[in-house]
Design a protein around this ligand. Structure first.
Ligand SMILES: [Zn+2]
Length: 929
């Protein structure tokens, strides 16, 4: 068929839609008696387990049976959605394997890796016998269309016509959202066995795959917690036994915010996605009333293809239409989640020219039927919510949620099966458009120039881009373009590639389109700023022809040791691996330079390490860690300090373990040993100073009070401990009762710790604590005034004391940092004691501050940025023999703000090398405002 003659697939699809070749399920079926071959026991069960007839649909009010194939109940012992039954992942996987065994022509399981705690991560494929047989060829077709470079239009259309759309469904990313991992068990069964025409059509026309539980460790831990406590929560509400303190090993809800896929088990899902590249990834969550289907409200990311923004409402509207026609109330789209941040796990699909679809389904955490009182916007009729949820009290069961989840997904699959080629062709077009846009429109590339201060940060950024299948080239000759000259060895990210738009999204400054709009997560993530490296935007099209080779593997630039001699000098260039070196060589004495010095022509900044050894192992570690060193005959004449390692604790609340989790991840990756301590460890008489030199308190809670008092003791004691029955509990920390917090006695122990010579390092919101409780004397913390809104923009900061050890390795005067919502600090003598200001040894020093104002917002959105003008960012507050170092920024934010991590690592390396407060020239009342 010539191009001119070709009937566009969309028209064909619409024609097919109108003709309704396969009839959709009608409402009349809803009250029909079970058909022959259906499970009568299930029909009776589902009627009882659903709290009102309108919460059920004709798609799931029956369960087909097929000889030789076990239903979920046959394997698990209960129907899916049975009151007070949640399924452990091993049992879910046992069922999927049983299904595969009985129907190997239609069902295939695949273990794609292991979690942090050693559990199998599984994907299940369900499709027709013919599709399953040709699965490998189908996957190759999809991959070919995902990268259409080199395909002629005729070849592409031939592929479109013969490729079955792959529709991926994932459940259980968020462990407290309990229904989806149950729903997909029954869904897999229905898809595999049902002879209903619409399901046969799904099997024939669509390749369905399912991740039954995405955070598997978290799912099992939550199910343990449910059976230990939540199962006893009363129907009327009131007593609430909360959430289990940990989901996965490191992160909780933020597993849907890991923009750089730093958590290994999350990266497994990305890698799986990139190996199959399904055009659709549908992620199932719980939150909204009663079912919200994502349709991509503003702000929208303009780097994503316009086609995506028509596909999303196309699907969502169809689902709202069908479920509404089944009489199910509360199904809506629009509103709730926007299309700005690319950091959600399933957004991997949208980022790679596919489509992220998402549901939020009503449930109440667990599997108990509970009373819910519905009111407000969710019960109001709107154009996007034509049949709202009923206002007032309703009973809600987990089976209700499962009915909604399955009915929605089956409807979406039915739509896909009606327009299979439209889905595939859109996918191809989005991919082709991406390549073309990068060739036709500036910017045409980003260049990461060679020769930057710290190559380890450059390596990491290149590898993070490659992790997302973005092609990165290395220049083999000097590059001369309008924007400048870049040396050979510079990295080039060309935009004329399928994932050029993703590279642009990740690297560019985020120009937030409308300051009046709010956003669901961060407004900025610009990679160069986050890693404190230079990345140049190139509009000169000749860059596309620059001599460069495509990287075929991750890069790890080896460190270098020049010169010879018995002493090794390691440059403090800000490399995060400097602290790893110190710990790996903990038995080797090291000194740190208090000021910069020169060896030959080379400048060594303050903080550089002077090691009285040139042993092979020193050299080996320097090289392995990407550091820059030289061997010399004699130590340079510069004032030094001993770089002795402190005993480190990290403090976590029980109510907010996630933000400390990201810091735990960073400490583990850079091999920094620490004890994780909590309220039980800071009881009166704890003698913290006898045990630790540095206590790091990561960003957590809402303010100082929430860190001290945590959750109130309203219910029975809630132990988080290992037991034979509940093996997932008690991991990462243990306690007899998660409630209560450290209380004032605990705060007093922190004060004692500092006064006796300890160093307390507080990050982000945790910096309210030492200010509010008088542990950092002379530092006050305020909250922003109304009208301030800052969803994680990058802002400018100014380093006021470059010689202060926390700032070692930062060679610049100003630094981009992520605004973390920490306190607005004020540092100076406390009110009423100005007369002592000049003599107090406890005068806090402002090491760095935010510059503020509109000009200080470098990427993303901040409303009323004048509120942070000249507010302290880093404060060193001596107290007694010790000190508090307060960070109003959050230097270790997710797997992301690598450019700020060094401030924390410096605070550890140089914990007892901080300068005494300089005498005040005049009793300044505030160095902050
Ligand atoms: Zn969720």
């Amino acid at each position: 068929m010539t191009k001119k003659m070709r009937v566009p697939w969309l028209l064909l699809a619409i024609a097919l839609f109108l003709s309704s070749a396969v009839p959709t399920v009608t409402h009349a079926q809803k009250s029909a008696p079970p058909a022959a071959g259906d499970d009568p026991d299930f029909a009776e069960f589902v009627k009882k387990a659903t709290t009102k007839p309108e919460f059920l649909s004709p798609l799931v009010d029956h369960l087909p049976k097929k000889a030789g194939v076990p239903t979920p109940k046959d394997v698990l012992g209960y129907h899916i959605g049975t009151e007070k039954k949640l399924t452990y992942v091993a049992d879910q996987q046992r069922y999927f394997r049983a299904l595969e065994k009985s129907l190997p022509g239609r069902v295939k399981t695949e273990v794609i890796g292991k979690t942090e705690e050693g559990r199998d991560v599984m994907v299940v494929y369900v499709t027709s016998e013919a599709n399953l047989k040709s699965l490998a060829a189908q996957r190759e077709n999809t991959r070919r269309l995902a990268d259409p470079r080199g395909l002629t239009e005729a070849q592409a259309q031939q592929l479109v016509a013969t490729t079955k759309p792959h529709y991926h469904i994932s459940a259980g990313l968020h462990s407290a959202e309990t229904n989806p991992p149950e729903a997909v068990i029954e869904l897999a069964y229905r898809l595999a066995v049902s002879d209903e025409p619409y399901i046969k059509q799904i099997r024939d026309n669509v390749i369905v795959s399912i991740t039954g539980a995405t955070d598997i460790d978290g799912r099992d831990r939550y199910v343990d917690w449910y059976y230990a406590y939540k199962i006893d929560e009363p129907y009327e509400g009131g007593e609430n036994y909360g959430d289990v303190p940990y989901w996965g090993k490191y992160v909780f809800h933020d597993n849907n915010r890991d923009i750089n896929y730093g958590v290994d088990s999350l990266r497994l899902h990305l890698n799986w996605y990139l190996s199959w590249l399904p055009p659709i990834w549908h992620d199932l969550h719980e939150a909204q009333t009663l079912l919200y289907t994502f349709s991509g409200q503003p702000p929208q990311n303009a780097n994503l293809d316009p086609i995506l923004y028509t596909e999303l409402p196309f699907f969502a509207t169809y689902e709202v239409n069908k479920l509404t026609s089944y009489g199910m109330p509360g199904v809506w789209h629009f509103g709730f989640v926007d299309m700005w941040s690319p950091g959600y796990l399933g957004f991997a699909a949208a980022n790679h020219n596919g489509m992220l679809r998402m549901y939020e389904i009503f449930n109440q955490g667990g599997a108990n039927t509970k009373k819910a009182n519905l009111s407000g916007a969710q019960t109001r009729r709107e154009w996007f919510r034509p049949n709202p949820a009923p206002a007032g009290a309703i009973d809600w069961s987990i089976r209700n949620s499962i009915n909604y989840a399955e009915t929605g997904v089956l409807t979406a699959l039915e739509l896909t099966s009606k327009f299979p080629q439209m889905v595939v062709e859109n996918y191809y077009k989005k991919s082709a458009n991406a390549v073309k846009r990068g060739a036709d429109q500036p910017p045409h590339a980003f260049v990461i120039p060679a020769g930057q201060r710290d190559q380890t940060q450059v390596d990491r950024v290149v590898n993070l881009l490659r992790r997302q299948a973005i092609e990165v080239h290395r220049a083999t000759a000097e590059i001369k373009v309008k924007e400048g000259t870049f040396p050979s060895g510079s990295y080039v990210v060309k935009m004329n590639q399928p994932y050029g738009p993703l590279a642009k999204t990740l690297i560019e400054k985020q120009n937030y389109p409308d300051p009046a709009l709010t956003t669901y997560d961060d407004s900025a993530w610009s990679m160069g700023m986050a890693s404190n490296i230079e990345i140049k935007t190139i509009e000169d099209k000749t860059i596309l022809g620059a001599a460069a080779t495509l990287l075929s593997a991750d890069i790890t630039t080896a460190g270098s040791v020049s010169g010879t001699g018995p002493i090794t000098i390691v440059k403090h260039n800000g490399a995060l691996s400097l602290i790893t070196l110190r710990h790996r060589l903990k038995d080797v004495a090291m000194k740190g330079a208090k000021a910069s010095f020169k060896i030959g022509d080379t400048e060594y900044p303050a903080g550089s390490l002077i090691i009285e050894s040139a042993a092979d192992r020193v050299k080996k570690e320097v090289e392995a860690l990407g550091l820059v060193a030289t061997e010399v005959a004699s130590a340079p004449s510069v004032e030094t300090v001993n770089v002795d390692l402190p005993r480190i604790a990290m403090y976590t609340t029980w109510s907010s373990t996630e933000k400390p989790g990201w810091v735990r991840l960073a400490f583990d990756r850079w091999e920094i040993p620490y004890d994780l301590i909590h309220k039980d460890h800071v009881k009166a008489g704890a003698n913290l100073r006898g045990k630790y030199d540095v206590i790091v308190m990561p960003h957590q809670g809402q303010n100082g009070k929430s860190i001290v008092f945590e959750q109130p003791k309203l219910s029975k004691p809630l132990p988080y401990k290992k037991s034979d029955k509940f093996k997932s509990l008690g991991l990462y920390a243990e306690t007899d009762d998660v409630r209560g917090g450290m209380g004032l006695a605990g705060a007093a122990e922190f004060q004692k710790f500092v006064e006796e010579g300890g160093v307390l390092v507080t990050m982000g919101v945790a910096s309210y604590f030492p200010a509010e409780f008088g542990i950092a004397r002379g530092v006050d913390a305020q909250s922003p005034a109304p009208g301030f809104y800052a969803p994680g923009p990058y802002v400018n900061s100014e380093i006021l004391l470059p010689e202060h050890p926390t700032m070692f390795g930062y060679s610049q005067k100003t630094l981009a940092v992520r605004y973390a919502g920490g306190p607005l600090l004020q540092a100076g003598p406390p009110a009423g004691v100005e007369q002592f200001a000049g003599t107090s040894p406890e005068r806090p020093q402002v090491v760095a501050r935010f510059t503020g104002g509109d000009g200080g917002v470098l990427s993303g959105l901040m409303r009323n940025p004048d509120q942070i003008r000249n507010r302290p960012m880093v404060v060193d507050a001596p107290s007694g023999k010790g000190r508090v170092i307060l960070f109003a920024n959050n230097p270790i934010y997710r797997w992301q703000t690598f450019g700020e991590h060094a401030m924390i690592f410096n605070s550890i390396l140089f914990w007892n090398d901080m300068p005494a407060a300089a005498p005040a020239a005049k009793p300044a009342t505030s160095s902050g405002r």
